[in-house]
Ligand binder design. Structure first.
Ligand SMILES: NC(=O)c1ccc[n+]([C@@H]2O[C@H](COP(=O)([O-])OP(=O)(O)OC[C@H]3O[C@@H](n4cnc5c(N)ncnc54)[C@H](O)[C@@H]3O)[C@@H](O)[C@H]2O)c1
Length: 444
């Protein structure tokens, strides 16, 4: 029997051993879905802490309920290890490692390369490898394929390779790993078919495309679409400010058009591991082949100006009250990059804290999801190595300004506004009380 038929049968009968490389925000929910579908799943992660947590049935990802994880571990469906040699037992390997930017904001492919090296070291015929990490078109063909063909195997015959970029949106109540359609592009048609067979067991629907590059590009189109549109609406917010128009009112009115308009909302800057980062992979790739990605570059520039715009808003609001930023006490509400999550990556709160401090402001923060943070861990050039800890909301009146950066749904905006002297609201969180609060609330 061909390797294709053997693997197809193992997948259909759920006797395939499925490995997930990288057990973070993407990998752990995926590993859980494969295990729930009846496969034996091995999670491989460099982090001993994550491996120990999984094996103890403890979830560290909000979207993965601890009971679900614990039950799968108990049944022996899911185990974790830091030892890449476990990949030898695997019939399929899904790569879910980080794809960040380096200090010069170019792609850092070191995790993908080390994952591919680990796979190559523990490879054998008959395996299916799927890249889930978000990256530039060509990564699978250029970085993973050659490492496996160099072992003497032929793709589509001896082994199978595909790209299926993860589209999960942490904390999204409506869509999750299982319900988001999975785009899949294989190195050959047989690769696409096997990857589809695998994922069809764990997700509700799959969307085949003709190549790994098309799959990689699909993800980058999606995230570039969001980057460009959010940056556009941020620029519109700055225009409205100059024009004396309420941007939130304008967006709400525009959103009544039943076709041709999709509402995006302004804010203090786009954060997270994906939207501000992924399009830079495409931009870099275009530069490497002598092309350009002008929308991405411009959107990135506008996004980068937002933290300074917010700091200037705070300075102006204080100035209107005959106060200055220097020595002002500022409390930031919400430092996670978006509502109801505990992720600080690329959060605009980080440059905002730095910029406020550089102007002499005394900055505290409150975030129910982030008990403490170290600027130096997240922010290039941040000098402070000491942790800052989240303060309580008991002394709002002691602050000269409350700055809403992230509108977690646990905040009670009525009581926050009532207890504060001045509120700068970058998220329109206080809209319900804005009219009654008069000039105490300054919107974006
Ligand atoms: N977080 C999201 O919302 C999201 C959504 C869609 C796509 N993605 C993409 O998915 C990928 C993973 O993102 P994430 O948020 O899950 O990252 P993460 O940092 O939460 O998790 C990645 C894990 O990979 C592990 N790791 C790194 N190198 C490894 C190696 N060689 N072997 C084994 N484990 C290794 C790390 O220890 C970490 O636990 C990225 O490309 C990201 O762009 C993320």
């Amino acid at each position: 029997m061909s390797h294709y038929s053997v693997l197809k049968t193992k997948i259909e009968e759920r006797t395939a051993t499925v490995a997930v490389l990288g057990l973070g925000y993407v990998g752990l929910p995926l590993a859980v879905e494969f295990a729930r579908s009846g496969f034996h799943v091995i999670g491989v992660d460099l982090s001993a802490a994550k491996v120990a947590a999984v094996n103890a049935g403890q979830s560290y990802i909000k979207d993965v309920p601890a009971e679900t994880l614990a039950a799968l571990v108990e049944q022996g469906r899911l185990t974790a290890t830091s030892d890449a040699a476990a990949l030898r037992e695997a019939d399929t390997i899904s790569i879910c490692v980080p794809t960040p930017l380096n200090q010069t904001r170019d792609p850092d492919l070191s995790y993908v390369i080390s994952a591919a090296d680990n796979i190559a070291t523990n490879f054998g015929p008959g395996k299916l490898v799927v890249l889930e990490s978000t990256t530039y078109p060509g990564t699978t063909d250029e970085l993973i394929l050659p490492r496996l063909t160099a072992l003497g195997y032929q793709v589509g015959k001896d082994f199978f390779l595909a790209t299926s970029p993860e589209r999960v949106d942490p904390a999204n109540q409506n869509y999750n790993t299982r319900t988001i359609p999975k785009v899949i592009g294989g190195a050959t048609p047989a690769c696409t078919e096997l990857a589809q067979a695998l994922y069809a067991s764990a997700v509700d629907s799959t969307v085949p495309v003709s190549s790994t590059k098309a799959a990689e590009m699909t993800k980058l189109l999606e995230n570039t679409f969001r980057l460009v549109n959010i940056s556009l609406v941020n620029e519109v917010a700055m225009m409205c400010d100059r024009l004396g128009v309420d941007v939130w009112e304008v967006i709400a009115a525009a959103a009544t058009k039943p076709f041709g308009f999709m509402a995006h909302y302004p804010g203090p800057g786009i954060g997270g591991h994906c939207i501000p980062v992924d399009p830079m992979y495409l931009s870099w790739k275009m530069k490497m082949i002598g092309g350009a990605a002008r929308f991405i570059e411009l959107a990135g520039e506008i996004n980068d100006t937002m933290p300074l715009y917010v700091v200037n808003k705070v300075a102006d609001a204080l100035n209107d009250r005959r106060q200055c930023l220097n020595a002002a006490r500022i409390l930031i509400l919400g430092v996670a990059y978006k509502r109801d999550i505990d992720d600080l990556r690329e959060s605009p709160a980080l440059p905002i804290i730095q910029l406020l401090r550089a102007k002499g402001a005394l900055v505290d923060y409150n975030d129910p999801y982030i008990p403490s943070l170290r600027l130096a861990e997240h922010q290039v050039g941040a000098a402070e190595a000491d942790a800052i800890t989240s303060v309580s909301l008991d002394h709002l009146a002691d602050y000269d300004c409350i700055l809403i950066v992230t509108d977690h749904s646990s905040y009670n905006w009525d009581s926050i506004v009532a207890a504060s002297k001045l509120v700068v609201d970058t998220r329109n969180a206080t809209r319900a009380v804005r009219a009654a609060a008069g000039n105490k609330i300054v919107p974006l």
